[in-house]
Design a protein around this ligand. Structure first.
Ligand code: 9MR
Length: 366
């Protein structure tokens, strides 16, 4: 008989039911908790134990018409990102006429709910106002004028939300994909020159010196050519004392591609540069219908990114790009794909949500 079994047998023979484990520890003693740890708590509560903001993108039309949706935003999340209402086309649909309403509402309610706001986004080649793109295309807006317009846009928007937005995605999706990523050939690069990102970061920093300034992109969750291009770029900008404080990894995963198992190593190198890191737009899509394999893949994929964040000391936020399948952007953009978020279309938790709770409950490694 093994020694541990002999010990247990001896205790039972002596008339007690106390279990003495192989290490000699007594159940209920200091190295085994009396009660199982409760993990069925709101994500924001579990994240707070690790100083981690748990965020979601917010769809403001859903927010204003769907009470259970609005309640979930409040109870489960400690950070919010506007899914659309802070983009240029939404904020300034007509030149010089600002539509602050929906973004102001989001910011005010976040403050009331004790949530941080992640600002998304100042410069992006998509969702630009028509007056801007057509003006540049026709030559009516020349390079010098575009520079003034971009500078004023950044100053106006960052200034408007000064002190209320924790961090800004200053430039979104600035690099191309493929084996040799380069700065994307956007109207900003064409007309403001190679240094437009440094200029944008400086303008944003002047408008709100306390806001953390991020670059943000997709397909950079693991170590690859594109994330390495960002790493080198960030190193160069920071060596030039350009105010770049953080790197945002969107985390739009798709189960047909390899899982980014080395996301932790990828984040670690940015962390070593002294930068904040964050997952800013996480979702995990697959081809419908779902099955148990896909469910398992989704649980694992969400967790690989969350674990990478918890393993990275300055990973400040883990944000999902929508928390319910009811309003996700995925089915509208990818034919036949969906179910990419942690709650189903009835706002009921899926296994992916339970997995996030469990990983958050484990906390950061020390
Ligand atoms: O989720 C957003 C969707 O509602 C918009 O129609 C779309 C327009 O381009 O943008 C989506 O959000 C994107 C985000 O702003 C940047 N990264 C990719 C996101 C998904 O496309």
């Amino acid at each position: 008989m093994k020694k541990s079994l002999m010990m247990a047998a001896a205790v039972i023979a002596a008339g007690t039911l106390t279990w003495i484990g192989p290490s000699g520890a007594v159940a209920g003693g200091s190295d085994r908790p009396d009660k199982p740890t409760t993990v069925d708590l709101p994500l924001r509560v579990l994240g707070a134990r690790s100083d981690l903001l748990v965020g979601t993108a917010v769809d403001m039309s859903a927010y204003n018409q769907d009470t259970p949706y609005r309640e979930r935003v409040r109870t489960d999340f400690s950070a919010v990102t506007a899914e659309n209402v802070m983009k240029w086309s939404e904020l300034e649909p007509t030149r010089g006429q600002f539509n602050w309403g929906p973004a102001d509402q989001l910011v005010a309610e976040a403050r009331r709910n004790g949530q941080q706001v992640h600002g998304h986004t100042l410069l992006w080649h998509n969702q630009l106002p028509e007056w801007l793109t057509s003006g540049v295309a026709s030559g009516e807006i020349d390079s010098a004028e575009l520079r003034d317009i971009v500078r004023d846009h950044i100053r106006t928007v960052v200034g408007h939300f000064k002190g209320k937005v924790r961090a800004w995605d200053v430039v979104n999706e600035a690099f191309t994909d493929g084996a040799n990523p380069v700065l994307r050939d956007t109207i900003f690069r064409q007309h403001l020159g190679e240094n437009y990102i440094a200029d944008a970061l400086r303008w944003a920093n002047q408008a709100d010196p306390r806001a953390k300034l991020f670059l943000n992109d997709y397909a950079i969750d693991n170590v690859n050519a594109k994330s390495t291009a960002y790493f080198e770029y960030a190193k160069t900008l920071r060596a030039q004392r350009v105010p770049l404080h953080g790197m945002g990894f969107q985390g739009h995963l798709d189960l047909q591609y390899p899982i980014p198992i080395d996301a932790n190593e990828n984040l670690a190198r940015f962390d070593r540069l002294g930068m904040e890191t964050a997952f800013t737009e996480v979702d995990v899509r697959y081809f419908l219908p779902g099955d148990t394999y896909k469910t398992a893949g989704q649980v694992g994929s969400f967790n690989v990114l969350l674990q990478a964040c918890l393993l990275t000391p300055k990973c400040v936020m883990f944000t999902v790009w929508g928390f319910t399948d009811k309003y996700s952007w995925v089915p509208g953009f990818f034919d036949g794909q969906g179910e990419a978020t942690p709650l189903d279309a009835n706002l009921q938790p899926k296994p992916a949500y339970r997995g996030l709770q469990q990983t958050l409950a484990l906390g950061r490694s020390r």
